[in-house]
Design a protein around this ligand. Sequence first.
Ligand code: SF4
Length: 203
Amino acid sequence: MSLKLKISAKNTKLGKISSFSLPAKKTCVCKTEWCNKHCYADKLERIYKNVKAAYQVNYKATQKVSFVNSMIREIKNSGQDVFRLHVSGDFFDVKYIYNWIKIAKTCPEITFYGYTRAWEHQDLIPHLGILNSLPNVVLFASVDETTTKNPPKTFRIAYAGDEKADNIKAVMCPQQLSKIDFCEDCKICFNTKLNNNVFFTTH
Ligand code: SF4
């Protein structure tokens, strides 16, 4: 039996931008102490059983050979020109990263963006670098006050914490400041011509 991917067509922050998510923590191979304390995706999964079930279905779908073609079909059917990778979850292995490289290359008219902590994984970072180098992909290296390494210079940085880090120049997310309603009204994170780092306050 084939597994139907669960793509989210909108959410309260993104607006109409579609996204694909995976189980938090299980796929977050480089989660930090900060993640263990503040992960909102993990909280959502514990509160909403349907959310947890959808992310489990998605994880199982990533293990199928049909994953790439199914995802391409769903993304093209969404009719959107921006796609968010992982509102919950992360790049968990090399094969999965290459699946997204294939998907992004097949959909050059769509901009893919996301935030990842997997840059800290020495086996994953070269492959994430290839994904991030595609002209229609923007990946942010997620960091927080418990991160000890410096992210690669080729990645934009998404810093999460109570206060801005002194050593990271970043714009504060205007949606968190209630200056706008949705990411689709801002576009800072998925404008491929920008290079801003972004600061998110702790939820
Ligand atoms: S900076 Fe803009 S695009 Fe990025 S998360 Fe905030 S509102 Fe969304």
